[in-house]
Design a protein around this ligand. Structure first.
Ligand SMILES: [Zn+2]
Length: 137
């Protein structure tokens, strides 16, 4: 009874305890699966999933537009220097990304997204990675 029937011969009979495949199948069919307790899973409200995915997509597109707009071939891949009023500054791509992600977050929440901003960031980053992966295929 304690045999786990790890090695069987070519007929499916257990080499260790001698149980035949027929006996094994009969044993299986005697298990009453209805006796297993049923698990009540709480219904999870995922919000407007389609809307959230659309928002993720447009957020990423916004960043891609920024990439094109601010790409500076003369600065080894860093974004262009910008001037706003008297301010001259150069943001990093990371800062630009974080800004765009943070701007889209309230809309995500409105659509029913329930995780933190940093989770939203992670989700978008993963989506970008998936997009890059799919484009390479
Ligand atoms: Zn066995």
């Amino acid at each position: 009874m304690d045999c786990r029937h790890l090695s069987v011969d070519e007929l499916g009979n257990c080499k260790d305890c001698g149980q035949t495949i027929e006996e094994y199948l009969a044993e299986l069919s005697n298990i009453n699966y209805l006796e297993f307790p049923s698990v009540e899973l709480p219904l999870v409200d995922l919000g407007d999933l389609k809307g959230i995915l659309k928002l993720a997509d447009s957020t990423i597109k916004t960043f891609e537009c920024k990439l094109i707009e601010l790409y500076d071939p003369n600065s080894s891949g860093q974004p262009k220097i910008r001037r706003i009023g008297n301010l001259i500054f150069r943001q990093t791509w990371n800062e630009i990304w974080n800004e765009i992600v943070a701007k889209s977050y309230p809309e995500a929440v409105r659509l029913g997204y329930r995780q933190s901003l940093s989770k939203w960031n992670e989700f978008l980053e993963d989506t970008v990675k998936v997009n890059l992966f799919l484009q390479k295929k």
